[in-house]
Every structure is written in C-alpha cells, then in structure tokens.
Design a binder for this molecule. Sequence first.
Ligand code: HEM
Length: 156
Amino acid sequence: MDWTTIARTLHLIAIVHWIGGLAMVTLVILPGIMRMPQERKLETFLVIEGRFARQAKISVTAAGLTGFYMAHGLVAWERFLDPGYWWMHAMVLIWAIFTFMLFVAEPLFLHAKVTRMVERDPAATFALMLRAHRILLALATVTIGGAALGAHGMLF
Ligand code: HEM
C-alpha cells in the first residue's frame, strides 16, 4: 500500500472542498449578498459563511495533516530551503493564514469586529471582505497551479 499516494488523494479532496468553497463565496455568494437589501445582508452572510467555516475547519486540517505526511514520506523538508520550491512555501503560507483565521481570529475577535463594522458601514465592509477573499483566492489559484506543475517536475 502506497500511503503517500493515499495522502496525496486525500490532500486533493480536501483542497477541492476548501478552495472550491472559497471560490463559491468569493465569486457568487459575496457579490450576491452585496446586491441584497441592507437589512438582510449581515444575517445572510453570517449563516452561509458560518456554515462553510465549520466545514472548512475539517478540510483545512485534513489538507495540513496529509501535506505534512507527504512532506515526511517524500523526505521533502529540504525543499523549504530552496526558493525554487516557492510553491511549497506558498502551500504552507495559505494553510497558515486559514488556520489562523478559522481557529484563532474568527472565534476570538473577527466575528465580533465584522459584525460591528457591518452595522456601522455595510457597503465599505462588504467591499473590504470581497477584496480580501479575492486576494486569497488569487493566491490559492497560483499555488494550486504551481504545486501541480512543481510536483510533476514541470517548474525547473
Ligand atoms: C501545511 C500545508 C501543506 C503542506 C505541508 C503541503 C504539502 C504538499 C506536498 C508534500 C505535496 C507533494 C509534492 C510532490 O509530490 O512533490 C503537495 C502536493 C500538492 N498540494 Fe499541498 N501542502 C499543503 C497545503 C496545500 C494547499 C493550501 C494547497 C492549495 C492551495 C495545496 C495544493 C497542492 C497541490 C495542487 C498538490 C499537487 C498534487 C499533485 O499534482 O500530485 N497544498 N502538498
């Protein structure tokens, strides 16, 4: 049994759920909510984003566990010393950002802060959230491309 290949398969399933969900929120849900009447915006956003955040906690954790398992199985730790493997750094960076947001920032202060900001200036807050989601989605998309090419020896 090739456990590294099983980990790679689970890694990709987790990434599809996590980054696919990010794409759905960024490209469909947030722009849709921004066109809704003011009084329904916050509640709709919190219901949908809260549900996805709970699921994303599982896929982000699974992506991290399988990723580190593969790095161990492929004896790939030295890649982190080589800038040519920028896509390895990018994977860990995106994972670290989401882990921090989902497990630390959101429960400790972000949820309350966003709620306060939306009550004060909904248009500006949703525009800011859309921009932040777009940046993360762009980073994740470049990382997926880099990792798929890099893992199959197509980057150098
Ligand atoms: C702690 C975080 C992560 C670690 C340690 C990690 C580690 C790894 C490792 C070791 C590989 C195999 C590379 C190889 O075969 O040479 C891999 C593959 C891959 N990872 Fe990650 N990863 C992490 C997070 C992510 C994230 C956040 C994404 C997407 C945004 C991602 C997307 C991919 C893709 C697309 C592949 C290529 C699979 C293939 O084509 O065979 N990973 N990852």
